[in-house]
Design a protein. Structure first.
Length: 128
């Protein structure tokens, strides 16, 4: 005779952890273009239009909808996002804009805090 089958231990249910990325929080990013705008080599209106046209939401460009909004001040552009928009993506688009207008060799994009970038000129020590 064979031994009776062993009863399986009851499975414990694991509590599901909610990831922090699932929560939707509004984020504000700032791109400060003070130096190039004051020297009149950077058009802030055109840069704002470029961002409106090029930011991708769900794999599609041009349709920001209610999730992302862009506002412009005299020397800065503010991007408000209710979805997960990466700060690094804004840096990529800013560099793309600078390259398109042949300014990439003269202007660099520097992080100025947790949610902002600053456009500054390269300082050439050989020119001094």
């Amino acid at each position: 005779m064979s031994a009776p089958p062993k009863a399986a231990a009851p499975e414990k249910k694991k509590a599901k952890k909610v990831a922090a990325k699932d929560t939707k929080t509004a984020r504000k990013f700032t791109i400060d273009c003070r130096e190039p705008v004051n020297d009149e080599i950077f058009d802030i209106k055109h840069f704002e239009a470029f961002l409106l046209k090029k930011i991708k939401i769900d794999g599609k460009t041009g349709g920001l909808g209610k999730d992302v909004s862009i506002t412009r001040e005299d020397t800065a552009v503010h991007v408000y996002s209710k979805i997960n928009l990466q700060k690094r993506y804004l840096k990529y688009l800013t560099k793309k804009y600078l390259k398109f207008h042949s300014l990439r060799d003269y202007i660099r994009v520097i992080s100025n805090g947790k949610s902002s970038y600053n456009l500054k000129f390269y300082h050439d020590s050989a020119a001094k």
